[in-house]
Design a protein around this ligand. Sequence first.
Ligand SMILES: C[S@@+](CC[C@H](N)C(=O)[O-])C[C@H]1O[C@@H](n2cnc3c(N)ncnc32)[C@H](O)[C@@H]1O
Length: 205
Amino acid sequence: MLRNFIDKFFAIPFIYHYARWMFTLGIRYEPIKSYLDPQSDDSILDIACGVGTYTKIVGEAKYLGVDLNEEYIETANKEWGSNSRKFEVQDVLTIDQKYPKGSFNKGMMLGLIHHLPEEDALKLLKKSSEILTERLVVMDNYYSKWHLINNLVCHLDRGKYVRTVEHERMILKQYFDIEKERRYYVNSLLAHYVVFQLKPKKNLS
Ligand SMILES: C[S@@+](CC[C@H](N)C(=O)[O-])C[C@H]1O[C@@H](n2cnc3c(N)ncnc32)[C@H](O)[C@@H]1O
């Protein structure tokens, strides 16, 4: 019942945006930006962009955000949409039907993998490794041995597949080489995230 309530409550765009802001005491953009390293000639795919929170870091790059939640996409379009920044409703699991191999050079996948069971996560990573030519930045929450508040938040998360860092790394390595990895706390210290800079492995069957 609590989970049902959380799912419905956070599906509302402004509640999701502001509740997250208050819980974290402000979004930390720098760990994602430094790994993505956006340039004006980049073409960036934001896989499960939510309300477009991380659009802020892409600068002049060409950007497309996709997400399943129609209200999130509507909000993102109003807030961030422009000629070079587009948002579309799209199930990321069928993303290859719309975007051919090599369509973008960089991608972000922030807070998504813990929403996906193993099989779907692997399918999506395979497709992403084909659509992206250069880099994928993945960020996620994770269970740790001792941070009990973080673990409680993970347990209550709308994503039902929160993993350990070791497990997430193992999944990512099937289709990407890990170039960099770091863990960081949100400003409130109530939770921590791991971020990976990944390079697509090519010529995998
Ligand atoms: C924790 S939110 C992260 C949003 C955004 N990346 C951010 O960090 O602000 C997870 C997002 O994944 C989206 N999502 C989950 N499964 C999806 C799917 N199969 N296709 C597209 N979006 C999906 C949800 O709608 C939600 O917006």
